[in-house]
Design a protein around this ligand. Structure first.
Ligand SMILES: CC(C)(COP(=O)(O)OP(=O)(O)OC[C@H]1O[C@@H](n2cnc3c(N)ncnc32)[C@H](O)[C@@H]1OP(=O)(O)O)[C@@H](O)C(=O)NCCC(=O)NCCS
Length: 287
């Protein structure tokens, strides 16, 4: 018999292992951070007392996100993934969320469609090898500096305009864990920012958000970031396909397209922000 219960701290390593098998890159630290965003919205499926899968959700008031849905290989195709999805959706709906978003791998689109999700746009994954000393464009970085504690609140407001919902708790979590990878561009106000986390396979760049009218800020932010990052691994970024300016910038910086997911939504077609201002998503599990 399948039962669903709340995710608990003792499940972190179980989830990290399922994620490792999928080669998604999230570390145990990422799992713990995602759980911390929404401890009441993360669930474990058990079959006859054995853990067989999990799902994570996060609530941004009017909008919710669902991600990190994985069922152990030998238990797939029995409806457990659907049951976990329904649990996470009910949790968000009971909080008053009107729109739920997620990013689906192509194989999972049918599963989400059956639950009422509709496609919005493609979300592309780009990758670049990092080698110290590798040449790239020069940044005009006079206005760019590492994010400071007292800038987070105002950053959250700037981000909400572009992202479509207030995800300050996510920005705070990433900043707490990786302050050295968080940069902001300012003149009088915030013009853009970039964050990055270390993964099991290198780095995941995002959120990376800038005003549509100032794409040069997005460029300066990533160039400054690449100059500062002394690493010998790889850098992954997820970008909405409608952000053609961002895609051109990534290609100019030698990023290559690796794969694509499909951004989907359930409920009210609203709170979508501006895809052209999202140069790097925070992650497929949280937008
Ligand atoms: C996606 C996943 C959670 C579904 O779990 P599940 O318990 O098998 O799901 P259900 O039994 O409720 O539904 C089965 C549906 O899942 C989808 N599915 C099947 N195999 C899949 C796969 N390898 N990857 C993704 N989705 C798959 C199909 O739509 C399938 O429908 P079908 O049986 O009519 O073909 C599970 O396949 C999995 O863990 N895949 C790897 C991780 C992943 O891709 N997660 C989703 C990221 S968006």
């Amino acid at each position: 018999m399948v039962t669903i219960r709340l995710f608990e701290p003792k499940d972190v390593n179980f989830a990290a292992e399922l994620i490792r098998q999928e080669k998604w890159g999230h570390t145990a630290k990422d799992v713990r951070r995602c759980w911390n965003f929404e401890p009441e919205g993360c669930f474990i499926a058990e079959q006859d007392g054995e853990r067989v899968g999990h799902v994570f959700s996060v609530n941004y008031s009017t909008v919710g996100w669902i991600g990190l849905l994985i069922i152990q290989q030998s238990y797939r195709g029995q409806g457990i993934g659907t049951t976990l999805m329904r649990t996470a959706m009910n949790y968000l709906r009971n909080l008053g969320v009107e729109t739920i978003r997620l990013e689906a791998v192509p194989e999972a689109v049918t599963l989400y469609q059956r639950l009422g999700f509709k496609s919005e746009f493609d979300s592309l994954r780009f990758y670049r090898e990092l080698r110290p000393g590798r040449t790239c464009l020069q940044a005009k970085d006079e206005e760019i500096h590492q994010i400071k504690d007292d800038e987070l609140e105002i950053l959250g407001k700037f981000d909400a305009e572009c992202f479509g919902a207030n995800r300050l708790k996510v920005l705070q979590g990433l900043y707490r864990d990786f302050p050295q990878h968080c940069l902001v561009a300012r003149n009088d106000g915030i013009m853009g920012y970039i964050m990055c986390r270390e993964t099991n396979s290198g780095f995941w760049l995002g959120p990376w958000v800038c005003e549509e009218e100032h794409p040069e800020v997005a460029r300066d932010l990533i160039v400054s970031f690449l100059h500062a990052l002394k690493a010998n691994s790889g850098l992954c970024v997820g970008i909405p396909a409608p952000n053609t300016m961002g895609i051109q910038l990534l290609e100019k910086l030698d990023f290559s397209l690796m794969s694509r997911s499909i951004r989907m939504f359930w409920g009210k077609p609203a709170y979508s922000g501006n895809a052209k201002e999202n140069f790097g998503i925070g992650g497929p599990e949280k937008g």
